[in-house]
Design a protein around this ligand. Structure first.
Ligand code: FES
Length: 319
């Protein structure tokens, strides 16, 4: 297991309540130095304390590295990190911010780029739009949200430099995004990017495939793990210590291992950072992470034990 992130002691310098559930946090490094450069679509790990660390997309201007900014949606059903951010990470709160990593990069080629955001999924698209505008290529943002009071950054988007590229869809007023019409009417070699709730991601991928988009032209990102939906229990065998551990339906492998006081290195706990990557000795995994490529997932050499599960009743890991 490796942790390829560099961590920077940092401090919260601003907190803004953007919607009833979404806050924007601005961080700077405690040593006053700049944060590392990043490209649109990058995420960072925000380590609040020994208990909570979450991955968030960077939404700040990539040209200004004196601060980083992220938006956090308070998730009462989540693992507690977003609640901690909302309730405890006030101005002057000290935490650790990781170096950035990009698993949701813009393609370097393509006639047109369609960015589709649902709710809090808007955040990675802000620096991406800056990048696309700087390249001088054709791009559109399609932003769907529940109601105007739940739309983070709506005024900034509608009045900012990307305004003429922004299209909005508001559930409460009955304006819905017609994915079929949008995706079927694009020029050849258009790239489509989606970030938002899983049903939206699935619908975009499905629509793109029906309209014969190539896999490499479809890009998606979702941090919140869906691995416990309809999950079943299974057994993990730890090859090095020859222990057998039952992983319950409502548990991750990581939680099951930690409940036995076995220490495993992990950072994000949502399949993003790669820290908990573990080699598979026998059996196959059902992968739910964002970290491994499709080829790596198919090879069944390793898995992210914070979100991925066994395919079948048993899996043996190199632990
Ligand atoms: S802890 Fe980050 S991928 Fe598992």
């Amino acid at each position: 297991m490796t942790n390829s992130y560099q961590m920077f002691p940092s401090v919260v310098i601003a907190v803004e309540q953007l919607t009833p559930l979404i806050k924007r946090f601005t961080f700077k490094r405690q040593d006053g130095e700049k944060f590392p450069a990043f490209t649109g679509g990058s995420h960072i790990i925000v380590k609040m304390n020994d208990q909570f660390s979450n991955a968030y997309s960077l939404m700040s201007n990539a040209a200004d590295l004196s601060t980083y900014q992220v938006c956090v949606r308070k998730d009462e059903e989540g693992r507690g990190g977003s609640i901690f951010m909302h309730d405890h990470c006030l101005e002057n709160f000290k935490l650790e911010i990781s170096s950035p990593k990009n698993l949701f990069e813009l393609a370097q080629t393509g006639e047109k780029h369609i960015l589709i955001a649902g709710g809090i999924g808007i955040t990675p698209f802000l620096p991406q739009m800056d990048e696309l505008a700087a390249r001088g290529v054709n791009y559109e943002l399609h932003y769907a949200f529940r109601s105007p009071e739940h739309a983070a950054l709506l005024d900034e988007l509608q009045q900012g430099v990307h305004a003429e590229h922004v299209h909005t869809y508001v559930d409460s007023t009955g304006t819905y995004l017609d994915l079929n019409a949008l995706i079927s009417s694009q020029p050849k070699d258009t790239h489509v990017y989606v970030c938002g709730p899983k049903p939206m991601i699935d619908a975009v991928i499905d629509t793109c495939k029906r309209h014969r988009y190539r896999d490499e032209n479809i890009h998606w990102e979702q941090f919140a793990s869906s691995s416990l939906e309809n999950a079943e229990s299974f057994t993990v065998v730890l090859a090095k210590s020859n222990q057998r551990i039952e992983v319950m339906a409502d548990q991750t492998i990581l939680q099951a291992i930690e409940s036995l006081n076995i220490d495993v290195e992990c950072l994000c706990r949502e399949g993003v950072c790669g820290t908990c990557e573990t080699a598979i000795v026998q059996g196959e995994a059902e992968h739910f992470d964002q970290y491994l490529s499709d080829e790596e997932k198919a090879s069944q050499q390793s898995m992210m034990i914070c979100v991925s599960r066994a395919k079948g009743k048993e899996i043996t890991l190199d632990l």
